[in-house]
Design a protein around this ligand. Structure first.
Ligand SMILES: Nc1ncnc2c1ncn2[C@@H]1O[C@H](COP(=O)(O)OP(=O)(O)OP(=O)(O)O)[C@@H](O)[C@H]1O
Ligand SMILES: [Mg+2]
Length: 136
């Protein structure tokens, strides 16, 4: 398991690079690798922008998938329901796929956020059939 402290833009790229390497090492195909890496970028970018500081955990779970957990003790997301229901909440930058993009790209997705306490996102990219085979 990897733990990456996220507090500046460079940490976003560090986390993405590690995520890419783990995805390759565990045999995800290119499109699954990209989905994982983009998700890591979105979640860590949010930490830098909105929480200032947090952590990303990258955990490969054999015969299951790669789990990412992004946690921060920032301001929390008061309008989370609205964001998840995608009522056109205008983004600051408008560049990324945002939280709903991560939900779409990953196979499992959970978010909990408490105002003044922080935000935690857990998501998993499964190893798909054909990518994992038991060899002994
Ligand atoms: N870790 C966080 N802590 C506090 N607020 C957050 C956090 N992540 C997201 N938010 C809030 O949720 C909103 C939606 O985030 P999302 O990533 O979906 O879009 P965005 O960051 O606004 O734009 P984009 O990611 O498309 O550049 C943000 O505008 C911000 O207000
Ligand atoms: Mg964002």
């Amino acid at each position: 398991m990897y733990r990456i402290v996220i507090e500046r833009e460079d940490d976003v790229y560090m986390a993405s690079t590690i995520g890419k390497r783990v995805a390759e090492d565990f045999g995800l195909n290119k499109s699954q690798q990209t989905k994982l890496v983009v998700s890591i970028m979105e979640l860590t970018r949010n930490i830098v922008f909105y929480a200032g500081k947090g952590e990303l955990f990258i955990k490969p779970v054999p015969s299951y998938g790669i789990e990412i957990v992004a946690v921060d003790q920032g301001p929390g997301i008061p309008n989370l329901d609205q964001i998840l229901n995608n009522k056109k909440v205008h983004s600051k930058t408008g560049l990324g796929l945002g939280i709903t993009g991560v939900k779409r790209l990953m196979d499992e997705f959970e978010i909990t956020s408490t105002v003044h306490q922080g935000t935690k996102v857990r998501a998993v990219k499964w190893f798909s059939e054909g990518q994992v085979s038991q060899i002994d």
